[in-house]
Design a protein around this ligand. Structure first.
Ligand code: SF4
Length: 472
């Protein structure tokens, strides 16, 4: 997928100016937050301790990352023992090459896909199309995006969250050439009818993998639509494309991660389907692939292992950080310009694609720490964002004007008397600008602060003035 993260500010400005997107974001706001809160409250009411679970999840993910090569080797041996083939890809080009080669070797004309963010990372659909193989997305959200000119997803678990019902109704009527329907069950039935034939026709299934289990050589898929199960059982060839960090030692460990993932992602205690695919179809089995491949992808991950950013690889892709992020909730996912939006994307994109390609993403956060508080594997997202900002400054990547402004601010801040005069002047100026109202609609000297929201007017005196008064 082409990266557009360097245009974050322009992307965010156009998202703020888009009334349809703003309406859709307002409609979806808070839904996942409420569901997660209820799920955790229920878990606690049943005697569970979600904080202890988070702690255990973080510890488990750290343990895996500290010996990642060992667990990957164990997974590889176990998977081969079940009849699967394990391939390694160092970058997107190698992912596409492996999958196209497999498809050609098995004479594949059509591939049914279940949701995979890594295939988005690699631009796999484009590579398959270029090789004359038709990829069909079967996750409902991904399918909607594919028939809408291959629009990219805007959320890692709800890819179409930025769209309203009317837009989907228009799209289905136009693409399927059927009467326009406006009820969700009618639309899903229509999609199901179209997709059923694709499932039956597909020679190859492609899925991501929520987790890889080292002791059994299995891949675990967590879905709510059942398409993952169809994709992994109906076609004669199956390819799992997933990141090297997804490995977990045992089935016991998997159950811990599932308890965290599903509650944090959709607020369910368990998703509709949790599928474990282990090995190729055996003679006594009725379904399953005759050929099973794992493409295990690095694409920048190995460089993050053992670095000061290793904590980020604990991510289990639940989406809770973006659901709770005030920035994501206002601008949506496309503004982030690559596969991963929200706070996790603001860390992952610079790490995988380069700091210079995502210059504004580490700044696309208020550092309110909502993301850090809800992350099921306790990733300190604000701290990582701050470290990335420091790296940008060290490398001289920030704009000249910003560097000069901060230097001037530091110079003033080191002179307490001057700083006191400056803050007094600032507060008086902002109070004058507010004109008695408690919000400021437009900050003349720094318009970026008020382009998308009001600025709170100062309430009373400066901190120093209040402190001095209290001392007296
Ligand atoms: S960073 Fe944490 S909250 Fe965000 S998607 Fe990953 S696991 Fe979930």
């Amino acid at each position: 997928m082409q990266i557009r993260s360097m245009f974050f500010k322009a992307n965010a400005a156009s998202a703020l100016a888009n009334p349809v997107l703003q309406g859709n974001m307002r409609m979806s706001k808070g839904k996942f937050v409420d569901k997660r809160r209820t799920a955790i409250t229920d878990f606690q009411a049943e005697g569970g301790d979600f904080e202890a679970l988070r702690e255990a999840g973080a510890e488990l993910r750290n343990r895996v990352l500290n010996d990642l090569d060992l667990w990957l080797e164990r997974f590889e041996s176990a998977a081969i023992a079940t009849g699967a083939t394990v391939l390694w890809a160092k970058d997107s080009a190698e992912v596409c090459r492996h999958v196209v080669d497999i498809a050609r070797r098995h004479g594949v004309k059509k591939a049914a896909k279940s949701k995979s963010m890594l295939s988005e990372e690699a631009g796999l659909n484009q590579a398959l199309e270029a090789a004359g193989i038709q990829p069909v997305e079967t996750d409902l959200g991904e399918y909607i995006l594919q028939i809408n000119d291959n629009e990219p997803p805007s959320h890692i678990i709800a890819p179409v969250v930025h769209k309203g019902l009317d837009e989907v109704a228009d799209l289905f009527a136009r693409v399927h050439k059927t009467p326009r329907k406006t009820e969700i069950p009618e639309l899903t039935r229509e999609a199901r009818e179209v997709l059923r034939q694709h499932f039956l026709d597909a020679d190859m299934g492609i899925s991501g993998g929520n987790f890889l289990v080292a002791e059994t050589g299995s891949v675990a898929l967590v879905t709510n639509e059942g398409n993952g199960r169809m994709v992994t059982t109906l076609p004669r060839v199956h390819v799992v494309v997933t990141g090297i960090e997804k490995v977990t030692p045992t089935l016991e460990d998997l159950s811990l991660l599932l308890r965290l993932l599903i509650r944090s992602a959709t607020g369910q205690s368990i998703s509709n389907y949790v599928s474990l695919l282990t090995g190729i179809k055996q003679p006594e089995e009725h379904d399953g692939p005759e050929h099973l491949y794992f493409v295990l992808v690095d694409n920048g991950r190995a460089d993050v292992v053992a670095s000061e950013f290793q904590d980020m690889l604990r991510c289990i892709r639940c989406g809770a950080c973006m659901n709770h992020c005030p920035v994501y909730q206002t601008i949506g996912g496309h503004a982030y310009g690559w596969v991963y939006p929200g706070p996790m994307g603001s860390v992952l994109t610079p790490l995988y694609m380069g700091l210079d390609k995502a210059i504004d993403l580490p700044h696309a956060a208020t550092l309110c720490n909502q993301c850090g508080v809800v992350c099921p594997v306790k990733i300190p997202l604000p701290e990582l964002l701050r470290k990335l900002r420091e790296k940008q400054v060290e490398k001289g990547l920030r704009p000249l004007m910003e560097r000069l402004t901060l230097k001037a601010w530091a110079w003033v801040a080191c002179r307490p008397k001057l700083y006191a005069v400056g803050t007094r002047f600032g507060v008086r100026y902002l109070s004058w600008l507010a004109g008695g109202r408690d919000r400021i609609g437009a900050l003349g000297i720094a318009p970026g602060w008020t382009d998308g929201r009001d600025f709170p007017a100062p309430q009373g005196k400066t901190f120093r003035e209040m402190h001095a008064a209290r001392q007296r």
